[in-house]
Each structure stands twice: as C-alpha cells, then as structure tokens.
Ligand binder design. Structure first.
Ligand SMILES: [Zn+2]
Length: 423
C-alpha cells in the first residue's frame, strides 16, 4: 500500500482525536436521550464500518488522487481552465465539492438503488459520533465512482482533495455527534456549517424530515434548495427509519444483507406512517420582525414555509422584543415535552418501544420508574450546559440582535410569494 503522508500522518491521527473528543463531549453533554446501549452500538457500527474503512484507504483515496494528478498534468477540469488566485482555488474547491456532495446525498435518498445502501446508515436507532462510521461498504463503493467523477469534472488539485477529505470527515463526525452545544453557539455555527441539531432532524423517522438537511459541511445548499428544516426540537425527534424499529432486526449480519433484501415501505410496524405537520406559518407571519423574534423565542423552531408579511402589518413593540428575547435562555427544549414518536427504554435488557410492542415491558411500574431515573440522569447531565447558557444570556442577546437583522433581511423581500415546504 502506497503511503499518503497527509492522510496517514496528519489526517488519521487528527480524525481519531476529533472522534475521541466528541465521544467525551456527547457523554458529558448529551443532546438527545439515548435509548440503546452505547457500547452495543459502538461495537456494531465499528465492525460494520471495517470493510468501508478498507475501501476508503485502499481505493477511495488512491483512485480519486490518481485521477486528480492525471487531470492536473493534462490540464483537464473546471479549476484547471479558470485562472484563479491560490485562495480562490481553495474556496472554489470546498464550495464545488461540498455542493456536489449535497447532490450525492440527495441521490442516495432519491435513487432506490442507492437508498438500499444508505438505508443501513439511517437505521441506527440512536445517533451519535459512531453513526458517522456506519456506512455499508456498497455505499462507499458507489461514492468512490462519484468522487472520482467530481474530481475530474472540477479539476481538483491532489493536495486540496486531501485537505477537503479530512475536513469533510471531521465535519461528518461533528454533525453526527450527540453533543449538546449551547443553543446560541449552535445558531451562530449553523449560519455556516451543518450542526448536530440540524443533522438530527435528517435522521428522524418522519420521512418528510429525513428528506431535508442533506448538507455535509455548509448549510447553505439546503437554504438554496429550500430543504433546510430547523422546526423540530431534538426531544421530539425519534431517530431511525420507520420500518426498522426492532433492534433484533438490525444485527451485524442482517445489516450487511439489508441492501439485497426486499425493501420495506416507510411505515411503522403497526402500519402507521409517522408524520408531523410543519410548524404553522400563519402564527409567525405577522411581520418579518415578529417572525424573527418567534424563531428565537421558541429555540430551535424555524418555520420554513412562513409567508412573509405584507405591507401595513403591525410591528412589534420594543418591550415585546425584550420580553421574547428574555425567554431564549429556556432553550426551547423543556424536558417534560414528550413526543408520540419517542421510544421509551426500561432497563438495559428490557427495552420496549411504542412501535415494537412485542418487546413490551415486563412490568409497567418498573418501566415507569426506570423511565423516571433515565430522565433524571439525562437532566442532571444537562444542568451544567443549561446553566452555562443562562450565564451567557446577555451575550446571546447581542447575537439575537444580529440574528434579528439577518432574518429580517432574509424574510423581508417585498411581495415574495409563500415559500414552499421542503417536502
Ligand atoms: Zn441521509
């Protein structure tokens, strides 16, 4: 195997450190409640990813790298034809490649053949940093062809390809992690990059929500295509694919053969199709300022099908703004809010969920107690990050004003028609 110094001596150790750091952060500050054993999932996701890792190192890096060198030597590809300064080539490489990956991720959901393989990634019943490695080797094999083609068409320089690859992988680890970032920090990051809350919605069992947030590094492509959703709080998201709710059906052997079996419809085992209406637009459409304030007030909600206000709508008073902004510290994620799609766990061996009643609780009372204990544990873990958030409220309010200005700009286009939903 030929050595690739930037990957072998820099990229791999760096990604290993990012993985371990995120593992610790998600344990210390969890975002969504876990429902299944972390150790089980870590081992399962890791073993499942071994053939994929091998393909990446033996083929997915060397082949596109050889294509990049070949294209550069023969002056082939978009960036080899356009005269750009060095920094311009770097920026263009990241934008073009990440946008191409947005389309690739879209194709993985929309093309039935590709979905068979990508489905394996989505069947994880909890999502954390280990989910970032849970890819069927078939999907990696297909993406090898896609990456080589993109490198050839765009004329990506070999060195930049490697830098992009390392960044891409680090961002993939980050947005799959179950790390509860302070909401104000996440909002700022989510002006540019894909964040854990945003990607969490992409892993929802509600199909409309899964078919959104396809970005990997930058969140702008979803904005561009109106597929960005931030209107679901994390404690209302149930992770997974509706038709695959039973842990016993997702063992290693079954996951390896899943793409070659008959695919199930997007329905729960009960036959029900999980759904959740997008947040009501009318309520928030009283005016661009009002829309902005509501978005901030309710934490993670953002209405993407909101109708911007027409002229003559009442502007909120300054007092109202302060009142609304003061509520941000609540994070919009009250622990008591329960979701009908939630999976409730009992103890380590006796899990049940609402959609696999055959694995029901042995004893209702015991289950309720365990549920309460799990909730308390989760809340204790979060206390520190919530208090940190409260201390930062003042700083956050200045961010909030920045957001107000930005959102105002975005939604204040006069005469703009109702934006369509992403689904
Ligand atoms: Zn996906």
């Amino acid at each position: 195997m030929q050595r690739i110094p930037l990957i072998d001596y820099v990229g791999r150790p760096l990604l290993a450190c990012v993985f371990l750091a995120l593992l610790w952060l998600q344990w210390r500050f969890p975002l969504r409640r876990r429902h299944f054993s972390v150790l089980h999932r870590l081992v399962r996701n890791f073993v499942l990813s071994i053939p994929g890792f091998a393909i990446v190192r033996l083929a997915m890096l060397p082949i596109p790298l050889a294509v990049a060198t070949w294209a550069q030597d023969r002056h082939i590809g978009l960036l080899n034809w356009v005269a750009l300064p060095g920094w311009g080539v770097c920026v263009a490489t990241f934008l073009l490649m990440d946008y191409a990956y947005w389309w690739w991720h879209w194709a993985n959901h929309m093309v039935p053949l590709f979905w068979r393989f990508h489905n394996v990634h989505h069947t994880d019943l909890d999502m954390d940093v280990s989910t970032a490695a849970r890819f069927h080797f078939g999907e990696i094999f297909f993406s090898l062809g896609f990456l080589s083609l993109a490198v050839l068409v765009f004329g990506i320089a070999p060195m930049l390809l490697l830098v992009f690859f390392i960044t891409f992988e680090a961002e993939t680890l980050f947005h799959h992690s179950n790390w509860r970032l302070p909401i104000q920090l996440e909002r700022v990051l989510n002006l540019i990059i894909v964040t854990p809350r945003m990607h969490g919605i992409h892993h929802s069992i509600v199909q409309r929500e899964t078919n959104s947030n396809w970005g990997t590094i930058f969140c702008w492509w979803d904005k561009l295509h109106r597929t960005l959703r931030r209107d679901v709080p994390q404690d209302a998201v149930t992770i997974g694919v509706a038709a695959y709710r039973d842990e016993n059906e997702l063992t290693l052997g079954r996951l390896f053969v899943l793409p070659f079996r008959k695919q199930r419809e997007w329905r729960l085992p009960s036959g029900e199709e999980p759904d959740r209406a997008p947040q009501p637009a009318q309520k928030l459409a009283a005016g661009p300022e009002k829309l902005t304030i509501e978005w901030l007030q309710v934490g993670e909600y953002e209405v993407i099908d909101a109708e911007p206000a027409g002229p003559g709508k009442k502007k909120p008073k300054e007092d109202d703004q302060i009142k609304h902004l003061g509520k941000i510290e609540e994070f919009g994620e009250p622990a008591e809010r329960r979701c009908r799609f939630d999976i409730s766990d009992c103890d380590g061996r006796n899990r049940h969920n609402h959609y696999a009643p055959e694995h029901g609780a042995r004893n209702g009372r015991q289950c309720a107690e365990n549920e309460k204990q799990a909730e308390d544990k989760f809340n204790r873990r979060n206390k520190q990050s919530i208090e940190l958030g409260k201390r930062n409220t003042r700083r956050h309010q200045s961010f909030a004003h920045l957001f107000t200005a930005l959102r105002h700009k975005e939604f204040a286009t006069p005469g703009k028609k109702k934006q369509r939903t992403n689904c």
